[in-house]
Design a protein around this ligand. Structure first.
Ligand SMILES: NC(=O)c1ccc[n+]([C@@H]2O[C@H](COP(=O)([O-])OP(=O)(O)OC[C@H]3O[C@@H](n4cnc5c(N)ncnc54)[C@H](OP(=O)(O)O)[C@@H]3O)[C@@H](O)[C@H]2O)c1
Length: 306
């Protein structure tokens, strides 16, 4: 086994985050499960311990919509650890009813991007080490769709834009979901450029799971939630442990390169062995990435030192 690393996985109580936390624990690493529900996190810890009894598992209370809470969690982590080797920005939500959060942002953009942008900012000192560390941002095939973009003129999908856009199995707000998952890619690439320019040994990497049978469908109508895995059998939908393989590759594979995108490589990236997958062309738009980075900094009232 390689030397034990200290890692954080957001949204680690279920789905792909759980499988990633379990995989990192199996590899002998210290894992912080950063979750909004302590009960769910403790249940996940117990489940991982049943398979890996000596696993070094820890809990960080974190709701990605709660900025002071994110700060408190980062401070707790920093008080307990000199270094962070791998940050997996995994937690996510898809297709909730249109909601503007207490932070004034559309819910998916806030949880899926802005909370993670802030968390990464707060942990950068701990990631900044002589030897290599990593930030892994979890995106989606939704971030590669033709409508995946940052809609600066209506970033919150107001005035009916949320409901009138693309739907998926009855879920509205799918263009807004794509915006948030495209945001994960823009963040990954701009972070990579800034880290390299600052001479930091932190790799910024993106990954996606293809299509995986998790609780992400929780906002669908109940009968569609039941039907989804059945339909999924005919649509190349993977088990969560398979979907998480590209996350594990991005987190641990020594050959992984900064600024690359990893995902399943069969059936239009829906499933199959993990490997390098193409980024959408517009994610390489440096002017867009810079503008969105500055938008995120201004929104949070922060300034990265890179
Ligand atoms: N499943 C797929 O096919 C698929 C495809 C493409 C991309 N992805 C991406 O993969 C990632 C993981 O999704 P999943 O499929 O594993 O979904 P999941 O089973 O629903 O898990 C999502 C996790 O995110 C957490 N979360 C949601 N909102 C949060 C918030 N405000 N603060 C803190 N934690 C929050 C959830 O916590 P609670 O349990 O407390 O709600 C849960 O732990 C997401 O970024 C998703 O966009 C998934």
């Amino acid at each position: 086994m390689s030397q034990s690393k200290t890692t954080i996985v957001t949204g680690a109580n279920t789905g792909l985050g759980f499988e990633t936390a379990k995989g990192l624990a199996k590899a002998g690493h210290k894992v912080y499960l950063a979750c909004r529900s302590e009960d769910k996190a403790r249940a996940a810890v117990a489940k991982i311990r049943r398979a890996h009894k000596d696993a070094d598992l820890n809990f960080l209370k974190m709701d990605l919509l709660d900025r002071p809470g994110i700060k408190a969690a980062a401070e707790q982590f920093s008080a307990e650890n000199e270094r962070l080797d791998i940050l997996v920005n995994n937690a996510g939500v898809m297709g909730p009813p249109h909601t503007i959060t207490q932070n004034g942002l559309e819910l998916q953009l806030d949880a899926n991007h802005m909370g993670h942008f802030y968390l990464t900012f707060l942990l950068l000192d701990r990631l900044d080490q002589k030897d290599e560390t990593r930030v892994v941002n979890i995106s989606s095939l939704a971030g590669k769709r033709p409508d995946a973009d940052i809609y600066f003129d209506n970033i919150n999908f107001e005035n009916g834009a949320y409901e009138s856009g693309r739907e998926f199995m009855g879920l509205k707000g799918m263009a807004a979901y794509s915006q948030s998952k495209f945001a994960n890619l823009l963040f990954t690439l701009e972070l990579k450029d800034r880290l390299e320019a600052a001479g930091k040994n932190i790799k910024s990497i993106a990954a996606h799971p293809g299509a995986s049978n998790t609780d992400l469908k929780r906002n669908m109508k109940k009968h569609l939630q039941i039907l989804a895995p059945i339909i999924g059998r005919f649509m190349n939908i993977s088990k969560p442990e398979q979907g998480a393989e590209s996350f594990m590759m991005a987190a641990l594979d020594p050959n992984v390169r900064a600024g690359e995108f990893y995902g399943p490589t069969d059936n239009g990236e829906y499933n199959g062995p993990a490997g390098l997958v193409p980024l959408p062309e517009n994610a390489r738009d440096k002017a867009l990435a810079k503008r969105f980075w500055e938008f995120s900094e201004d929104h949070l009232g922060i300034k990265f030192r890179i």
